[in-house]
Design a protein around this ligand. Structure first.
Ligand code: AMP
Ligand code: ZN
Length: 114
């Protein structure tokens, strides 16, 4: 999609710190990390958020979710674990309108979720 920051990152038009890539998924380090490990996992195909998912597009989210355990292992987040977050819409603080899953880890995370 034109003028979508994460579409441009996935296409390599804007540089990012890649940690993982496959046919469907691109993952990179968050530019403003909120944990020692903070990675964003996105589908290469544009979709706005979890709210937009349907039977035709669920494969994009599934591919991201399947990539997450591989990335977690690669980043040394096991056996301690990690948090996966997908902000959806303004009340959740979504600032980039391209579906993304945050992987947060590398420390004992705050117990608060909201
Ligand atoms: P959200 O608030 O859930 O929409 O998350 C968007 C995330 O994208 C934030 O954590 C930002 O720090 C991150 N971000 C914004 N621009 C970039 C960029 N150019 N490279 C990497 N991460 C970015
Ligand atoms: Zn996009």
């Amino acid at each position: 999609m034109e003028n979508c920051l994460f579409c441009k990152l996935a296409a390599g038009e804007i540089p990012s710190a890649k940690v993982y890539e496959d046919e469907t998924v691109y993952a990179f380090r968050d530019i403003a990390p909120q944990a020692p490990v903070h990675i964003l996992v996105i589908p290469k195909t544009h979709i706005a958020s979890v709210q937009e998912l349907n039977g035709e597009t669920i494969g994009l989210a599934a591919a991201c979710l399947l990539a997450i355990p591989k990335i977690a292992a690669q980043e040394g987040l096991l056996p301690g674990g990690y948090r996966v977050v997908s902000n959806c819409g303004p009340d959740a603080g979504q600032t980039v309108g391209h579906l993304h899953f945050h992987i947060l880890g590398g420390t004992r995370l705050n117990d608060r979720m909201a």
